[in-house]
Design a protein around this ligand. Structure first.
Ligand SMILES: [Cu+2]
Length: 110
């Protein structure tokens, strides 16, 4: 242990990063029967937040939004975290790219 700081620094940075991510407001979205529940989520304007997308279907889904520019595959019976924002007040659509006819929702930013 000639240079303990050099070893400890990356760990401290990792911990700081974790703490910051954990401080973000968090919202959960479930995909079941190729439908988003809830279909509308109210989120604060001007704030970065986490969207946990949980897929309870036996097939993959892709969480996607062209309005706030995100795209992420969610495997069957799995969750992903999508970081969104900060957004201006308004209504932003999202959909399931693999089941666009049924998997639709909106973020109401206010
Ligand atoms: Cu896509």
């Amino acid at each position: 242990m000639k240079h303990p700081f050099l070893i400890a620094a990356p760990m401290l940075l990792a911990l700081a990063g974790t703490a910051a991510a954990n401080d973000l407001p968090e919202y959960t979205l479930v995909v079941k029967d190729h439908v988003y529940k809830p279909s509308e989520i109210k989120v604060p304007a001007g704030t970065k937040f986490k969207l946990i997308v949980r897929n309870e279907d036996p097939t993959a889904e892709e969480f996607e939004s062209t309005d706030f520019n995100r795209e992420k595959i969610v495997l069957p019976n799995s969750s992903v975290t999508v970081y969104v924002g900060p957004l201006r007040a308004g209504s932003y659509g999202f959909f399931g790219d693999f089941h666009q006819a049924t998997a639709k929702g909106r973020l109401i930013v206010e």
